[in-house]
Design a protein around this ligand. Structure first.
Ligand SMILES: [Ca+2]
Ligand SMILES: [Ca+2]
Length: 338
């Protein structure tokens, strides 16, 4: 018994020595346990028809696990290099402000009181407030993006782009422009973001995003249904937008995204393209000319001498009533060439 016991002990010591030796050959702990913050972003497709809903989604991981404390800043630029949208998305319930800065932004009247209802054609004023509760001053950007009820981005405003001192309170009440006469009715959203800079320049979100809503009404009709983004899985985010079927810009759009969680910064950039699918003669509008081109190839198949694949809209290898119908349903849609 005694022999077996000491034998066990000996084996134990040997094992311990081997483990210690192995330990001494391991790289330093900081390398083994290096933490990595990784942001991914994608669109559901690369090519969209004008007016089609575009969904941008992504995830944030820390050491390959879903990260539910992320603040993801997104910036979307149109083919003319104008910023269409800026927003801050949390990747989970544990996301918190990275700095102690209070802010809010909402539509208001001349006195600064919040307005919950605006009429088509009415002046949009925004009331914005920033309070720096930190003990240090900081350069920040306050950006507000407005999106109509149908997910069409309206405008993006940089309301503050300066240093805000420790303890400083800043507020404004700006008239920013008119709600278009043909603005979609229903619940519009204002996305407020406090950023270190724009994502296209590696700026990132410093605070949780703020979303305030208001109703756009016409003189005769009342508000319609509310559209709220579905709640995502922890570690993920998503955002949907559309382009206007009446003058949306055709071409390549760029999405910049960033996520900062001290001390790690992860940034990504992707593009998607918007085309006017049934604009056969590529003049930016779907009208009689496009119907005429399809009609002039009526009945043709790939074996026909004048076969034009652009006229076979549904790609079933014959130009017929269905192709004419598919062009006709988009009659009047138009986009601007970049
Ligand atoms: Ca056309
Ligand atoms: Ca066809």
């Amino acid at each position: 018994m005694k022999k077996t016991k000491s034998g066990k002990m000996l084996r134990g010591i040997c094992l311990l020595t081997i483990l210690l030796m192995m330990g001494s050959t391991l790289p330093p702990q900081s390398t083994v346990y290096a933490t990595t913050l990784n942001l991914t972003i994608q669109t559901t497709k690369h090519l969209y028809d004008l007016g089609e809903e575009i969904t941008i989604h992504g995830n944030v991981t820390m050491d390959d696990s879903p990260f539910d404390k992320g603040l993801v800043a997104i910036q979307i630029k149109d083919p003319r290099n104008n910023t269409l949208f800026v927003g801050t998305f949390a990747t989970g319930e544990n996301a918190t402000d990275l700095v102690d800065i209070y802010f809010d932004v909402f539509p208001c009247d001349k006195l600064g009181n919040q307005k919950l209802i605006l009429k088509q054609g009415e002046m949009l004023r925004l009331n914005a407030t920033i309070i720096n509760n930190e003990i240090t001053s900081r350069h920040i950007l306050l950006v507000a993006s407005i999106q109509f009820s149908n997910n069409l981005p309206f405008q993006t405003f940089v309301l503050y782009n300066d240093t805000i001192n420790a303890g400083q309170r800043w507020s404004c009440n700006y008239p920013l422009g008119y709600i278009p006469d043909d603005a979609p009715l229903g619940t519009a959203r204002i996305f407020g973001s406090i950023l270190s800079g724009l994502p296209e320049r590696n700026g990132f979100a410093l605070c949780l995003g703020k979303i305030n809503t208001f109703n756009i009404e016409s003189a005769t009709l009342s508000a319609t249904n509310l559209k709220i983004n579905s709640i995502s899985e922890p570690g993920t985010f998503n955002f949907s937008l559309i382009t206007s079927q009446n003058g949306g810009i055709l071409g390549n759009y760029t999405v910049y995204a960033s996520c900062f969680y001290p001390p790690w910064l992860s940034t990504k950039q992707i593009t998607f393209e918007v085309k006017l699918f049934k604009d056969i003669n590529e003049d930016g509008i779907i009208n009689m000319l496009d119907l005429y081109v399809v009609a002039s190839h009526y009945g043709e198949t790939p074996e026909s001498p004048n076969w034009d694949p652009r006229t076979d809209i549904d790609k079933n290898n014959i130009v017929n009533m269905i192709d004419l119908y598919l062009v006709a349903v988009d009659y009047g849609k138009w986009g601007q060439l970049p």
